[in-house]
Design a protein around this ligand. Structure first.
Ligand SMILES: [Zn+2]
Ligand SMILES: [Zn+2]
Length: 339
């Protein structure tokens, strides 16, 4: 394993750590950093007055990371630093940032910027802003690329940084920042209803394991469960017929897509009879991220995570591909002996 690190410059971001082991995989080298051979290493951007600089402690690993590294989602720009469930410790604050202190434990999820002016931004749903800036493989307004949390440090605008509640274990907090809030945000589609909701989850893994119910593949169980659910959270990214699941919904029930199976296969009659809805949801807002963190801390909830060091990241991605993880890998970035 080779670790390359740029010397700290005076007054600059504390660490410009970059690449480790350059194991070629599918034509690309990655571990911490995905890049084709010969491209320059990445540098974190210089912090501005509204930025928070933090040392990365943990970062969740997600299927999206793997697909982005392999250029399978939309065109990936290399070099690429994946990672969008980032937990870290504040080391430096811009002069205008008042809500955090140095040494605070903070988190960053899927987005690091938005326009601030559109209806979505103004109604605290910045994840639906058409000009949102994603945490990595995105572009800042000045044209520079964004880079994620498989890195020793990050610089993020304070609006997109949340505080991690003290009672929450850090490796537990990480998956809540994307997978957790993705499962939580759809509940908001039932705002105003005060009855207890009964939900089913399609697909167990990244997002699905964070909730309690599981839609079964057992026919008898499925028949028994007919018309019993208020919503089904569909996390499956691969094509799957919805005919077997829509009958589980009660009148007015919703099937909420958070994965993107193309094409959708269903019988419209299953929607018409029962005025059901097929709807969608994308990650969650900053406010919802704070809510789910507080909720998990308050209730003392945990999800199953496997903590691994960065030099295991290639194996972890291979195992993730084989579905050989119960249920989520979290990188122990700070404990990975990077220096
Ligand atoms: Zn906006
Ligand atoms: Zn994710």
């Amino acid at each position: 394993m080779v670790l390359l690190m740029k010397k700290k410059k005076k007054g600059a971001v504390p660490v410009y750590l970059n690449v480790y082991d350059l194991t070629p995989m599918n034509g690309y080298a990655y571990s911490l950093l995905a890049r084709p051979w010969g491209l320059p290493f990445w540098r974190a951007r210089e912090p501005g007055p509204e930025d928070v600089v933090f040392k990365v402690l943990y970062c969740g690993m997600d299927h999206t990371d793997l697909h982005q590294m392999r250029n399978e989602i939309h065109s990936t720009n290399y070099p690429l630093v994946p990672g969008h469930e980032v937990v870290g410790e504040v080391v430096e604050l811009g002069s205008d940032v008042k809500k955090f202190r140095v040494k605070d434990i903070v988190g960053v999820g899927d987005i690091v910027g938005s326009c601030g002016e559109c209806l979505s931004c103004k109604s605290n749903e910045e994840q639906y802003c058409n000009n949102r800036i994603v945490t990595y493989n995105g572009t800042y307004k000045d044209g520079r690329p964004t880079q994620g949390g498989f890195s020793s440090a990050m610089v993020v605008h304070h609006k997109f940084v949340v505080r991690i509640p003290e009672k929450l274990a850090l490796e537990q907090a990480a998956p809540l920042l994307c997978a957790g809030v993705t499962a939580y945000s759809p509940l908001k589609q039932f705002k105003g209803s005060n009855k207890a909701l009964k939900a089913g989850i399609l697909g167990l893994g990244g997002v699905g394991h964070l909730d309690a119910f599981l839609v079964s593949s057992n026919t008898a169980e499925m028949e028994q469960a007919a018309s019993s659910l208020d919503y089904i959270l569909d996390t499956v990214p691969a094509v799957h017929p919805l005919q077997s699941y829509l009958p589980l919904l009660n009148v007015d029930g919703k099937l909420i897509l958070v994965g993107a199976p193309k094409p959708l296969q269903f019988d419209p009659v299953d929607i018409i009879l029962g005025k059901k809805t097929i709807s969608g949801s994308f990650i969650g807002s900053m406010e919802e991220t704070r809510e789910i963190l507080e909720f998990w801390a308050l209730k003392g909830l945990t999800s199953m995570v496997e903590v691994v060091k960065m030099d295991y990241s290639n194996q972890a991605f291979e195992r993730m591909e084989r579905n050989d993880v119960r249920y989520r890998f979290v990188l122990d970035v700070a404990g990975s002996n990077l220096e």
